[in-house]
Design a protein around this ligand. Sequence first.
Ligand code: SF4
Ligand code: SF4
Length: 183
Amino acid sequence: MGKYFADIFEAVTSVMKGMQISIKHIYKKPVTLQYPDHRQVLPERYRGFVHNDMTKCDSCNICAKLCPVDCIYIESEGKGKERMMTRYAIDYNKCIWCSLCTENCHTGSITMSHDYDHSVYDRRSLVYEFMDPSEGVIPCHRGTRVDMGWWVEPKAEKPKPKPKPETETPSDDKPSDEKGVEN
Ligand code: SF4
Ligand code: SF4
């Protein structure tokens, strides 16, 4: 009988404790967000899903070569001025968000975005194809890109050569004791 009343007492006190905590927080600003309607403001350098602006990319392959997990797939056809990019894809199943690709892209086309919620049912959906097949191929050669109206990165100004330091002309004057004066 005593245990029966002890259990009732414990149940009532634990409910009261819970209610006490709820009432204490009822007028406080919530720390949670109504995701996905409201989203957290992320720091500027947050590393979300890698994004490539295909209007700027010229298929130089630097990002693919530097990627430590080989998750960037670039394909092209032709050579020289005729070289055209046919595929640019990133496999986010393998990406480790190291940002090596973005830090070394000479056109600045590849960046770390603020996207982070790409939930999928099939892992194959995490291989992102960046090229739009309806837009055809993308020229890689700088001259061809200019001719076809594609974006090319501005040429960096060559640094001016530093002026040569003035060299001292050797003097004929020697100290008196070195002029071979006979004593
Ligand atoms: S962030 Fe790192 S792992 Fe991901 S694509 Fe770029 S280089 Fe590869
Ligand atoms: S380094 Fe930049 S320009 Fe070169 S292929 Fe990668 S994304 Fe394109």
